[in-house]
Structures are given as C-alpha cells and as structure tokens.
Design a protein around this ligand. Structure first.
Ligand code: CMC
Length: 378
C-alpha cells in the first residue's frame, strides 16, 4: 500500500485517471477531449459538446442529429415528478428542488443495467433532457404558475429560456446561453465531479450519481459562488465603493467571491470568454452598471492579490451574463448543474469502464481506550 502525507482538500492528489478534460492552470488552458475550450465556444453547441465529453469523439452529422432528436423527445417530465415538485416549499432553494427531483427520477428507472449500452444511453438522454425542464418547472411553480411544456421547435438552449420566461428568446441571447452551457460542461476533478465518481463507484444508478453531484455543486465555494458574486456587486453598488470594499474584506481575511481557483493561477479562460459574451449582450441590450463595478473589482483584486495567483474564475462573469438574460439569481447554480450534467455523465461512464470502489483512508487523531461513563455521572 502506498502511504502518502495527508493533504487537506486532497490538493494535488490524483483521484482518477481521466481522458475527459485537461487544465493547465499556469497557462490558463482548458481542453475537452483535447479540443481547446475557445474553439468549442466558438464553433460547437452544448449538445454536440456533451456528446464529445460522454462518448469521447465529436459526432458525425447523423449521430448528432439522432442525439439531438432523442434529447428533444425526452424533455417532458413525468406528471408525478411535477406534482412532487409542486409540493416543495416555494421558499426552498432551486438547487435543493433539483437534487430531490433528479433523485426521484431514479424511482422510475430502478433497474440498474450498467453493462448495457442502451441503458447507459437512455440514462444520458433522459438526464440531459429533463434537468432543464425540472429547473424551469420549479421556477414557474414557485411563482404559482403552471410549468410551460417544452417546445419541440426550439433547440436545447432556446427551449430552456422559453420554458423559463414563457416566451421565445432572442437568437443572440439563446446562442450566448448555449455557449455558457459549453463553458460549464466539464472541469476535471472538481468537488461535484469527485462526488459523482465516488457515488458511481458503488455501482448505484445514474440518477443517484447526478443527485449527489448536484448537492455538492450547491455550496458557495463551488457552483454557488456565481450567486454570491451578484449579491456582492449589488452590495458594493458603485465603482467608487470597490476599493474600500475589497480592502475591508481582505483585512477581515474574507474571500472575494468569483476570484481564486485551486488549479488556475492566471485568469480562468472561461472567465475571458464570458466577459466577451457579457460585452456582446450589453452592446445589444444596453449597458449594466454592475459590469463597470466588476471591471474595477478585477483591477483592484489583481493589484492586491495577483502575486498570489488570484484572478477571476468562471463564476465572476457568468452571473453578469445570466442577469442580463433575465435569469433570477438563485437559478444561476441550477444552470451550472444543467451544463455540468454532461461532465458528470462522462465521468460516470469513465468510472464504470474501470471501476474500483472509492475507499480512501484517514489519519485518526482521536483518543483510545476511553471508559464508557454512565449517563448519571457525566
Ligand atoms: N479572495 C481572497 N483571497 C483568496 C481568494 C479569494 N477569492 N481565494 C484564495 N485566496 C487566498 C487565501 O486567502 C489564501 O491566502 P494565504 O495563503 O495568504 O492564506 C490563498 O489565496 C490560497 O487560498 P485557499 O483558500 O487555500 O485556496 P483553495 O485552493 O483551497 O480554494 C477556492 C480555492 C476557489 C475555494 C478559493 O479561491 C475561494 O474560496 N474563492 C472564492 C469562492 C469562489 O469564487 N468559488 C468558485 C470557484 S471556481 C468554480 C467552481 O469550482 O465551482
């Protein structure tokens, strides 16, 4: 047995061998299956990228058309899931609603046929197709409205915005949203992917795999950071307040949301693409004062923390884009989940291909040989 030193957060410790994505944190490089993220963001679509991640190669035109068709025809959610969601408290966080709904899907497909490629493909299609419908349905139902049925004439991104806003989106908005999904689809061994792989390694069903990953993504140090970025920009309120706000936070040794990354020590390449997309949106739909605040924040944080390798991460600009698309702040993380399902499923498949159950060890630092004290003597 190899014994290595304990590292909090398992920093630098490989948890799997993977050919799905690659990050060079010093160069600011991200590849999915060897293809640069910038190229995918420019030329691909989310569903094509999901196919690439999950099956390892770009699909042919026929393969892509068949895949898109399958996803399109599985978008509706079962009425029992919808009824269950209706009974969720409207004050609940949409990530909790999504986690419960994804897990509930497993109740309908209890048979685990993990050696069967048809079972695998069905689960992939069903999860990619229904997660956006669940997110949109919860959003409408918590407002007291009925969910909108998916529109088969619209592609993946446009249909989600349609189900959410009850009207067809502007084509630029839909394309930009699709690119956001590409950017968030996969990112090596992050916390939620690790969680997905640990769950997958027990050979449970893919719905439990996705539900556990959704739960992990929700925290403010992971996917939840994009919501906190918007709250922070609102709290700052003006460009003049940026510097005192940051100085105050740093004095309190608090983290600035949307900055820093375990792997990237330069600006996250996804943040650069998102910043560009935000600018396109502002050019078409009008400027946003929060963008000016964000740019000033980037300048001040770089000045104060650049020497530690702290730069904007993916969450810093994604919130600004979603806000401009009219998406409520507490849906930002569920949208991250819609995209990341592709990565989780790719890791689920990869884990199954060479599975060994995760069972790490620990460094015990507790006591030994303590006598049991009777309750009346404590
Ligand atoms: N603001 C201020 N200081 C920071 C920040 C930040 N956002 N991030 C890291 N640092 C400092 C930290 O204080 C520490 O300084 P020192 O060495 O002097 O004690 C040093 O940088 C290393 O920080 P760490 O917390 O040990 O780094 P980590 O690799 O454990 O954490 C992180 C990475 C992303 C959790 C952290 O940077 C953070 O909390 N950022 C804010 C939350 C955020 O934006 N999260 C989204 C992450 S990207 C998307 C995702 O993975 O979901």
């Amino acid at each position: 047995m190899i014994v290595c030193e304990y590292r909090p957060g398992l920093e630098g410790i490989p948890a799997a061998q993977s050919s799905i994505s690659f990050v060079d944190g010093q160069k600011g490089l991200l590849e999915y299956r060897g293809i640069r993220i910038e190229e995918l963001a420019e030329k691909s679509t989310f569903l094509e990228t999901a196919y690439l991640l999950i099956w390892g190669e770009l699909p042919t035109a026929e393969e892509l058309a068949a895949f898109e068709d399958e996803v399109r025809h599985h978008r509706r959610i079962k009425y029992r899931i919808r009824d269950m969601m209706k009974s969720f408290p409207e004050s609940g966080h949409p990530m909790d609603a999504l986690q419960a709904s994804a897990a509930a899907l497993g109740l309908f497909y209890a048979r685990r046929d993990l050696d069967n490629p048809v079972y695998i493909r069905d689960a992939v299609v069903r999860l990619l197709a229904t997660i956006p419908t669940m997110v949109a349905a919860f959003q409408l139902m918590r407002k007291g409205n009925d969910p909108v049925r998916p529109n088969d004439d619209l592609d993946y991104a446009a249909n989600f915005l349609y189900m959410l806003n009850e009207k067809e989106p502007d084509p630029l908005a839909a394309r930009i949203f699709d690119v956001c999904l590409i950017l968030h689809a996969e990112h090596t061994m992050n916390a939620s992917t690790f969680s997905a792989r640990v769950t997958a390694s027990t050979l449970t069903d893919p719905y439990a795999v996705v539900a556990s990953a959704v739960g992990t993504l929700g925290g403010p140090l992971h996917g939840g950071a994009n919501e906190e970025v918007i709250q922070m920009l609102e709290e700052i309120g003006s460009v003049e307040n940026v510097r005192p706000y940051i100085e105050d936070k740093l004095q309190q040794k608090a983290k600035i949301m949307g900055f820093g990354h375990r792997v990237y020590k330069v600006k996250d390449p996804r943040a650069m693409i998102l910043q560009n997309l935000a600018e396109k949106l502002f050019a078409k739909f009008g400027n946003d004062k929060f963008y000016d605040i964000a740019q000033e924040m980037e300048r001040v944080v770089e000045e104060k923390l650049g020497h530690k390798g702290i730069y904007p991460n993916v969450d810093f600009y994604s919130g600004l884009v979603y806000r401009k698309l009219g998406i409520p702040t507490d849906l930002f993380t569920p949208i991250f989940a819609i995209a990341r399902v592709a990565g989780w499923l790719a890791h689920w498949k990869e884990q199954l291909a060479e599975n060994r159950i995760f069972r790490p060890t620990q460094v015990y630092n507790g006591r030994h040989d303590i006598p049991y004290t009777a309750i009346d003597q404590r």
